[in-house]
Design a protein around this ligand. Structure first.
Ligand SMILES: CC(C)=CCC/C(C)=C/CC/C(C)=C/CC/C(C)=C/CC/C(C)=C/CC/C(C)=C/CC/C(C)=C/COP(=O)(O)OP(=O)(O)O
Ligand SMILES: O=P(O)(O)OC[C@@H](O)CO
Ligand SMILES: [Mg+2]
Length: 230
């Protein structure tokens, strides 16, 4: 699977706490995006996750659960992403919650379908930022986290998370130049084709979330915008 992920360019992230029509869901799943991630911070329930899973399963697109709460862990997804928040001030979000979950689920975990994400949350206004008691790192801090993701923890993914706002392209470029093996995921504020292209110039994978719910037509166009880049 990791080899497949290395080919990814674009992913949509659907929030189980938000409504999406069957028509819009079909267009996302058939858009040519590389995968659909189910994930969010607030009000993520097992019912909401199962509803999206069963509806996405009508299509052939890869369906991935990004786990944010113990209550919404369920089998049935193609792959699982597990965030570790590197810039949290509380070890709970980097180590302890994952430790507890592994204690509980270790016999059911197929590590071939599970990928750990080194998260760096860079928007102070994002729900995930306050939820995980994160601090705002400066550029050198972020670069050092990227190095730790790759060289200390050997993580498959370093995720620059600007959820809700468009991020710092220069910093994304700098971080991308520092990473060799760890994939760089970028998410945050992508609403238009030009933004998708701009971030994809540097990130391995761009993730489009909120604009699915606020400006569907333009969100859909972000797929083609990055799939056309060679
Ligand atoms: C039953 C079965 C077969 C299971 C399979 C085995 C398996 C995969 C077991 C899991 C084991 C495991 C280690 C689980 C981890 C559990 C866990 C609770 C981890 C915590 C992850 C974490 C640090 C969450 C904090 C919040 C966070 C970083 C969420 C990521 C998503 C995110 C940042 C969304 C953006 O926020 P959003 O909601 O979009 O914000 P807005 O509303 O403002 O847009
Ligand atoms: O919702 P947006 O701002 O598009 O961000 C995407 C994703 O990184 C959220 O986890
Ligand atoms: Mg969101």
């Amino acid at each position: 699977m990791y080899n497949t992920m290395k080919e990814w360019k674009h992913v949509f992230k659907l929030d189980p706490a938000k409504e999406i029509s069957d028509e819009h869901l079909e267009q996302l799943c058939e858009s040519g995006t590389d995968a659909i991630i189910v994930g969010g911070t607030d009000n993520v329930t097992l019912d909401g996750v199962l509803d999206l899973l069963s509806r996405i399963r009508r299509y052939t697109v890869s369906c991935i659960l990004e786990i944010s709460t113990m209550e919404a862990i369920t089998p049935g997804f193609d792959y699982y992403l597990i965030p570790m928040v590197m810039n949290s001030k509380d070890k709970k979000w980097m180590m302890d919650i994952q430790h507890q979950a592994i204690k509980q689920y270790k016999d059911m975990m197929n590590w071939d379908e599970i990928f750990i994400e080194g998260y760096c949350i860079l928007n102070e206004q994002a729900k995930a930022f306050s939820h995980t008691d994160s601090y705002l790192p400066d550029d050198d801090d972020v670069i050092a986290y990227a190095h730790m993701a790759e060289h200390v923890f050997h993580l498959p993914i370093f995720y620059m998370e600007y959820s809700g706002t468009y991020g710092d392209v220069n910093l994304v470029e700098t971080v991308s130049n520092e990473l060799e093996n760890t994939l760089l995921f970028y998410g945050g504020g992508i609403e238009h084709r030009s933004q998708a292209r701009e971030m994809k110039e540097h990130a391995d994978v761009i993730i489009v979330g909120n604009s699915i719910y606020t400006n569907f037509k333009d969100a859909l166009k972000t797929v083609k915008a990055v799939k056309d880049i060679e």
